[in-house]
Design a protein around this ligand. Structure first.
Ligand SMILES: [Fe+2]
Ligand SMILES: [Fe+2]
Length: 188
């Protein structure tokens, strides 16, 4: 019997590390090291691959490739800005909140009220990223082909599919574990 191979990008990761019971600071460290780092390396590499694959095509074949590159760039720009906002603003706030709680202090006061406000903004950005990925999935026929590209691009398709899988884990770690636990800490 072949055992299912567990990679860092399979949904089991959510349960395996028992993030529900580890500290939020540890979870944040993991998100940055595993998922933000992955995106910072993969997004530019994938854009280069897509650009190389599209070279030399003539109209109207380039239309679908151009659409794919356009949505990919939009996704890349959005995620790069999103990660900066998380690392510069939201994650440090969550760490402060957790430290205050551990020291038995009242939750810090923020100029905009609850930590729920920036969290809501991040969740909206996750929704936008999901929609962009759905478009990429549709344009690549579920990562099976890139219409009108110079040649079959299995490595590009595999990388796009892996990106989608990684984003699923990344967003769920934040939406389902990190953010609800931070909101709950503020209410204690
Ligand atoms: Fe993130
Ligand atoms: Fe995020």
């Amino acid at each position: 019997m072949i055992e299912a191979k567990i990679t860092p990008h399979t949904p089991t990761t959510l349960r395996e590390k028992k993030w529900e019971s580890r500290s939020l600071a540890e979870l944040i460290q993991h998100i940055i090291a595993a998922h933000h780092q992955y995106l910072r390396e993969e997004l530019p590499a994938l854009e280069t691959l897509l650009m190389q694959s599209s070279k030399g095509r003539s109209e109207p074949q380039t239309d679908s490739v151009a659409a794919l590159i356009k949505i990919f760039r939009q996704f890349r720009r959005g995620m790069e800005e999103h990660m900066k906002r998380e690392e510069a603003v939201l994650f440090p706030m969550i760490e402060k909140l957790e430290s205050a709680h551990a020291a038995g202090l009242a939750p810090p006061r923020w100029p905009f009220g609850s930590i729920g406000r920036p969290i809501e903004m991040m969740e909206q950005e996750h929704d936008r990223a999901r929609k962009e990925l759905a478009e990429i999935r549709s344009l690549t026929k579920d990562y099976t082909r890139i219409p009108a590209m110079a040649a079959e691009q299995p490595s590009t398709l595999d990388k796009l599919k892996a990106l989608d899988g990684d984003m699923e884990i990344h967003s769920r770690l934040e939406d389902e574990i990190l953010f609800p636990r931070a909101i709950a800490l503020e209410r204690i």
